[in-house]
Design a protein around this ligand. Structure first.
Ligand SMILES: Nc1nc2c(ncn2[C@@H]2O[C@H](COP(=O)(O)OP(=O)(O)O)[C@@H](O)[C@H]2O)c(=O)[nH]1
Ligand SMILES: [Mg+2]
Length: 589
């Protein structure tokens, strides 16, 4: 299937032509038929000589309904421009063409209608010249009469040729279905329709709806009036949603593949059309089927920042259109450069931003995004429209799903080393710098990034980053621990007496440092052993007849009650021994 939107001035015969081609009535409303004028979008379809199907989105031509027209053409990549032979080029011919040009529509056909009323030659020549100057370029033209049917076979053949030129739709892409209608079907609930430009929809799919907390589920799918289990782009689709009230969504909303779009109310864009300096401060942004008021802040000669009145699921590279509804003036197309731009707080930030934007063209640029953002989650980039695997460009996460600019990551590594060294100088008794303090110093958003930056000889131990092993201890403490080892190595369960600790220079702070570094084991105040004592004790105790008493343990370990009592309690807490009701113990195996 391919989808074509009509375009052209009111009363030039668009709806008549669609009716003549399809046998279907595009003017759906009684009011439209009574007034003989299209107000809202109409939908009709037919089979072409090749056997392919063309679906039409018929748009209103009246100047009052240009927003409806834009909602129809926004998601559609091809246009059937209609000009009446007897009236020629008119204001909305021009406004519609400007809109197609702004949106970058590249495929189209010209139908010069009412050819039974006047020579189509002059209108054809004028229209072709106007169209040739736009994104559509030179288009084929067919003279037709909706009344007599003259020219319709030629027009059908031309539509077939147009269909053959269209790019192959991308079906393995996330879905962003811009809703152009929503209504209720008795017994089924809410139904929305739209033009599926890319991706694939299936019954049972879960989709995201902006502003809704819960995903919505596809209960049924129709395309061209028939129920389907699946619809692939390009297609006109009607989606029946389970459990979604009708008032929850309407034209301008989008149904999305979950987790693949970034909803944003702030975008930096490049203008094609009026210069930034000439734009009014408020305009309407049209994208997909949405129309949202925006405040415009010029940045560079052709770049502006737009503040949207409500967030939209926009991607880098999206095309949209700015229009001044008061003046009936299409200011021009915009290309989205950044959907998550930095705030412009500081003086000079706007000028600096303009320079950055001057380098961007709306094509996803992985390396550039990393350079500018320095650190970003790959999921967040993907939702902006920049995949971590972008053609040959590929970024390996530095930790979790965090991506980093390589130069920035190197600098962070150096900074971490410096911070740890400074901390060691300022806090000689601490066995390293707490991970969270480092995270704050380096202004990192996630602990895993600190952890990933730690390289030998630094290591993480007990939530701190420091030099590995006893190097983490200040010189005097390390020496004191050495002496404890030399003196007590062969009597591992004898703890130095309090005055001996003082002689060794091991006060409470020094002991604390040694314990945190894993160089000493503290059983109680002023009762310390070498750290391997625990395992050794379990081995000795396991050799005793079970259960054993405190006194038996004390003798087997060749120690005093001062050590044996807290040692056994520690072993109890660790689950290595268990204390029985009669105060005897067993080794837990
Ligand atoms: N004689 C003649 N009248 C036409 C032709 N096409 C449309 N009309 C008439 O022009 C008027 C407007 O047509 P319509 O299709 O509603 O125009 P739209 O506003 O562009 O959709 C209607 O009265 C049609 O009957 C045509 O090819 N020949
Ligand atoms: Mg019409």
């Amino acid at each position: 299937m391919f989808v074509v939107a009509t375009a052209g001035h009111v009363d030039h015969g668009k709806s008549t032509l669609v009716r003549a081609l399809t046998g279907m009535e595009p003017d759906r409303w009684a009011e439209e038929r009574r007034r003989g004028m299209t107000i809202d979008l109409g939908f009709a379809w037919t089979t072409l000589p090749s056997g392919g199907t063309v679906a039409f989105v018929d748009v209103p031509g009246h100047e009052r309904f240009v927003p409806n027209m834009l909602a129809g053409v926004g998601p559609v990549p091809a246009a059937l421009i209609v000009v009446a032979a007897d009236e020629g080029w008119m204001p909305q011919s021009a406004e519609h063409l400007a809109a197609l040009d702004a949106l970058g529509v590249a495929y189209g056909l010209l139908a010069v209608t009412r050819a039974d009323l006047a020579d189509p030659g002059p209108a054809t020549a004028h229209a072709r010249a106007e169209i040739a100057a736009t994104s559509l370029g030179a288009v084929p033209a067919v003279a037709v009469s909706g009344l007599t049917g003259a020219g319709l076979p030629e027009l059908r053949a031309a539509l077939d040729r147009l269909a053959a030129q269209l790019p192959t739709p991308v079906v393995d892409r996330p879905v962003r279905l811009w809703v152009d209608r929503s209504f209720t079907v008795r017994g089924s609930g809410t139904v929305v329709t739209g033009t599926l430009g890319a991706g694939r929809l299936r019954v049972g799919d879960e989709l995201e709806l902006a502003g809704a907390d819960e995903p919505v589920r596809v209960r049924g799918l129709h395309s061209l009036g028939e129920a389907r289990a699946e619809a692939a782009a390009v297609a006109r689709v009607a989606v029946n949603l389970r459990g979604t009230p009708r008032d929850r969504l309407g034209r301008g909303d989008a149904l999305l593949t979950p987790g693949r779009f970034h909803h944003t109310d702030l975008v930096d864009v490049r203008l094609a059309g009026d210069p930034a300096a000439d734009l009014p401060a408020t305009l309407t942004l049209h994208v997909g089927s949405a129309a949202v008021p925006v405040r415009v802040r010029p940045l560079g000669p052709d770049t502006v920042r737009l503040r949207l009145a409500r967030p939209l699921p926009l991607l880098v590279g999206d095309r949209a259109l700015l229009r001044d509804p008061g003046r009936h003036h299409v200011s021009g197309g915009v290309r989205v450069l950044d959907v998550a731009p930095p705030p412009l707080g500081r003086r000079g930030a706007a000028a600096a931003r303009a320079q950055v934007l001057a380098e961007l063209d709306g094509r996803p640029d992985l390396a550039g995004e990393l350079r500018r953002r320095r650190l970003v989650r790959s999921g967040a980039l993907l939702r902006m429209g920049v995949p971590a695997q972008n053609g040959p460009a590929y970024a390996e996460p530095v930790a979790g799903d965090w991506l980093a600019d390589p130069a920035h990551w190197r600098r962070l590594g150096e900074q971490l080393t410096e911070e740890v060294a400074r901390h060691a100088r300022e806090h000689p008794l601490e066995p390293g710098m707490p991970v969270d303090a480092l995270r704050q110093r380096l202004a990192l958003p996630d602990r895993v990034l600190v952890e990933a930056l730690v390289r030998p000889p630094l290591r993480i131990h007990a939530g701190r980053v420091g030099a590995a092993g006893a190097d983490a201890l200040p010189e005097p403490v390390a020496r004191a621990v050495q002496r404890v080892r030399a003196e007590y190595g062969d009597r591992p369960f004898r703890a130095p007496e309090a005055d001996r600790l003082v002689d060794l220079g091991l006060g409470p702070r020094e002991i604390g440092a040694a314990v945190r570094a894993g160089a000493l084991l503290r059983l109680a105040d002023n009762v310390v052993l070498l750290p391997d004592a625990l395992d050794d004790a379990v081995r000795v105790l396991a050799g005793l007849p079970q259960p054993f008493t405190l006194s038996a343990a004390r003798q087997a370990l060749d120690t005093t009650r001062r050590v044996a009592v807290p040692l056994l309690e520690l072993l109890d807490r660790r689950g290595a021994t268990r204390r029985l009701p009669d105060d005897a113990r067993i080794v837990v195996t």
